[in-house]
Design a protein around this ligand. Structure first.
Ligand SMILES: [Zn+2]
Ligand SMILES: [Zn+2]
Length: 100
């Protein structure tokens, strides 16, 4: 044996589609692929961006150049008006994954 085997990282499996990956990546996968758009805790009304924290969404809206430009063109100074908060949010948790 020439190559030294690295210890395997702990893998998790998505309970909905059997995909396996590292925990953080899998949580992101579930959020992206299995959470309905209107159940994302926060989403952007200008594009299909969605995320789980308000701060993350504000960062998106205020730093994504096309949005900043559009808001400016419309005379909008408070970009938070483009922020959508779901009334029925779904938060990805460890219950959605299983450790292998
Ligand atoms: Zn999945
Ligand atoms: Zn957006």
């Amino acid at each position: 044996m020439e190559s030294v085997k690295k210890p395997r990282r702990v893998q998790y499996r998505c309970k909905r589609c059997q995909k396996t990956d590292r925990k953080g990546r899998l949580m992101a996968h579930i959020f992206k692929h299995h959470v309905p758009f209107d159940q994302a805790p926060f989403s952007c009304s200008l594009c299909s961006f969605r995320c789980q924290t308000q701060q993350h969404l504000i960062d998106h809206i205020t730093k994504y150049a096309p949005h900043v430009k559009e808001a400016k063109a419309r005379g909008v100074t408070d970009l938070r008006r483009y922020l959508i908060r779901s009334e029925n949010p779904y938060t990805v948790s460890e219950a959605d994954i299983e450790r292998l």
